[in-house]
Design a protein around this ligand. Structure first.
Ligand SMILES: Nc1ncnc2c1ncn2[C@@H]1O[C@H](COP(=O)(O)OP(=O)(O)OP(=O)(O)O)[C@@H](O)[C@H]1O
Ligand SMILES: [Mg+2]
Length: 500
């Protein structure tokens, strides 16, 4: 091969991209060398995903140069990018939900013998792949039937199967368990050894420091700089991202804790074959963290309480009164709402204006005898846009045009507007940048101060330890322990209960 080892695989100079009314990228530059993991970080809406979509030909660029393997890039479509050796995992899932895992893995490049797709061969290869990823996934199950984390692993698997020289991953770990992340990182380190260049986007700065050799920071569509990760402290990196030092990552304020607002007793039901939950209480003004590994049953439990799945047995009480929950509507009427971990299933209507997406469940607030007070609706929305900095060019901007993290903020605003007694947050800050996380924590503080009962499901131990008054730990469908949160409590204390 003609190239020398220090020639970058990919070099981007002054990339620019404009969408109607939005300058997504102004002037972004970086390069990716063979044998390095290069992290791309920045706040929600900074332009990370857009930059990747320029590289892989999803969008045409409006300026700048991209060189691929030392030549001006000719990529004009994702298929071509793949053919030229760029394997990409986009932030949005690209799997076909109705097809099987195996079909998805080889979509567009079926393995054939004498013109026939070789299913047994593909099945064996899939099994080997998932073994390497340390996960049990049946190649013949449909993608739709898999939990989010397994769908993500199929996406990752598909990229690993292609003989790429460049691997691009847009927040691949957002829905993975710690174990799955460890396996993935081991594989990525192997690929780095083999000389691949890996471009890696994540909002989890621990991962950036654990995995990446270099990091490029984007802010407001501009690249701020590229550094070896070993030259930066966490605080310095945050400062480059946010543009100012961040006072506090977890601005916890303890609220006055009152009577039991939510009581849950011996719930069973849902899709999970195991029993879900035992009994617990969340008091008014209290933030209870629900920690557990992915698959431990936390989401199932929340879905039962929120009426998303059918309760077979057990009892839910709100403010001391037993409530019948057969649907999400029943739950909302009883004062319980669930902020789901899955933005897509939660039902953002991507082509509807953001403000309408925001107002969907609280419409009755602004309508009187069939008339909608759009001004009030808009004002309520703009209040949140301000409070949690939803990056939006106009309230009418379609929800599908917001960056991933801003879609999440839009959903949070939606449910905060519905005034409920109990809020179940399932991974509230997944995919959210560090500055905005602190803003969401402040909102959680405010809700607690207003006497709401908050159950916060989280896979992030620092978040649980930083924000919860009390911690419940789930293991295999049951609550395996309860801990009062205080200074003395360590990550290990909590983790022990989660794996025990
Ligand atoms: N198809 C589109 N049409 C209009 N605007 C868009 C489109 N895609 C992205 N944008 C806008 O471009 C800006 C950059 O978005 P991008 O998705 O690149 O951010 P990001 O850095 O990936 O953020 P996140 O961390 O939230 O995923 C945002 O303001 C976003 O609203
Ligand atoms: Mg993005």
């Amino acid at each position: 091969m003609a190239e020398s080892t220090d020639q970058p695989l990919l070099a981007v100079r002054g990339a620019r991209k404009e969408f109607p009314g939005v300058l997504a990228l102004a002037d972004a530059s970086f390069d990716l060398r063979p044998g390095e993991v290069h992290a791309l970080v920045g706040e929600n809406g900074a332009g990370k995903s857009t930059l990747i979509k320029l590289l892989t030909g999803v969008h045409p660029s409006d300026g700048g140069n991209i060189e691929l393997f030392g030549e001006p890039s000719t990529v004009t479509s994702p298929i071509e990018a793949q053919r030229l050796g760029l394997a990409t995992i986009y932030q949005e899932f690209t799997l076909v939900p109705g097809m099987t895992v195996r079909e998805n893995l080889w979509l567009g490049r079926e393995h054939t013998t004498r013109g026939f797709t070789s299913a047994p061969w593909e099945r064996r290869s899939a099994a080997a792949l998932f073994e390497r990823l340390g996960v049990k996934i049946d190649p013949d199950s449909t993608v739709r039937s898999l939990p989010v984390s397994h769908q993500q692993l199929v996406e990752i698997g598909r990229a690993l199967l292609s003989d790429a020289r460049i691997l691009i991953m847009d927040e691949p770990t957002a829905s993975l368990s710690p174990h799955e992340v460890t396996q993935l990182f081991a594989i990525l380190r192997d690929l780095r050894e083999q000389g691949l260049g890996i471009l890696f986007i994540s909002h989890r700065l621990e991962e950036v420091f654990a995995l990446a050799d270099r990091v490029t920071v984007l802010r407001d569509g501009n690249s701020v700089g590229s550094w070896p990760t070993s030259d930066l402290t966490r605080e310095q990196l945050i400062e480059h991202m946010v543009g100012r030092p961040l006072d506090q990552e977890f601005p916890k304020v303890a609220a006055e804790i009152g009577e039991a607002a939510l009581e849950v007793r011996q719930l069973r039901g849902g899709h999970s074959p195991t029993e879900v939950g035992n009994s617990f209480t969340v008091r008014a003004g209290e933030v209870v963290g629900l920690f557990g590994l992915v698959g431990s049953g936390r989401t199932e439990l929340a879905r039962l309480i929120a009426g998303a799945d059918r309760i077979q047995n057990g009892e839910v009480r709100v403010d001391g009164e037993a409530v019948q929950i057969r649907s999400p509507r029943d739950a909302i009427r009883a004062g319980i709402c669930l902020l789901s971990e899955d933005r897509k299933a939660e039902g953002l209507v991507l082509n509807l204006p953001s403000v309408q997406n925001f107002a969907l469940p609280s419409l009755s607030k602004w309508s009187r005898s069939g008339w909608l007070n759009e001004k009030a609706e808009r004002a309520a929305f703009l209040k949140f846009v301000d409070a949690i900095h939803i990056r939006i060019s106009d309230p009418e901007q379609p929800a599908g045009h917001l960056s991933g993290g801003n879609q999440q903020k839009l959903l949070i605003a939606r449910w905060l507007e519905v005034d409920t007694r109990v809020i179940l947050f399932d991974e509230p800050t997944r995919g959210i940048d560090v500055g905005a996380k602190a803003e969401i924590y402040q909102l959680i503080n405010e809700l607690a101060a207003r006497g709401k009962a908050i159950l916060m499901i989280s896979s992030e131990l620092p978040e649980v330890l930083g924000m919860a008054d009390r911690i419940l730990v789930m293991h295999e469908g049951r609550i395996s322990g309860q801990l009062m949160n205080n200074e003395a409590l360590s990550q290990q204390d909590v983790m022990q209960l989660a794996v025990a």
